[in-house]
Design a protein around this ligand. Structure first.
Ligand SMILES: [Zn+2]
Ligand SMILES: [Zn+2]
Length: 109
């Protein structure tokens, strides 16, 4: 596989990961746990912020499962996605209002 091909695959792969998270109802569950209030200032929350990023989880799964190659087969891709989703619990998200979320990303873009 060429380098460029790998990069394109990894973009597609990341998108399917995000789709899977979106479909899982994770955001709604985080909002419900936090009662739709910002974890910092208690104003109404608008976004769920990732304390631990999806890209980090993906890289951790890569590191912990070197024998697994999500680009090799669909079966391995699904196994890989499931391992990432296992790490993606409610603990990795927090409800924030827009201004607290902006502040969060200003410190750490
Ligand atoms: Zn806030
Ligand atoms: Zn965020």
């Amino acid at each position: 596989m060429t380098h460029t091909q790998g990069a394109a695959d990894s973009k597609k792969f990341y998108r399917s990961l995000r789709d899977k998270v979106d479909r899982s109802g994770w955001k709604a569950q985080v909002f419900a746990r936090d009662k739709n209030k910002c974890c910092r200032c208690s104003k109404p929350a608008h976004v769920v912020h990732h304390v631990y990023h999806l890209a980090q989880m993906r890289d951790d799964v890569f590191r912990e499962n070197r024998q697994l190659d999500p680009y090799r087969s669909r079966r391995e891709l699904i196994r890989f996605l499931n391992l990432v989703i296992e790490k993606h619990t409610l603990d990795v998200g927090e409800s924030l209002c827009s201004s607290c979320h902006k502040a969060e990303h200003y410190d750490d873009p």
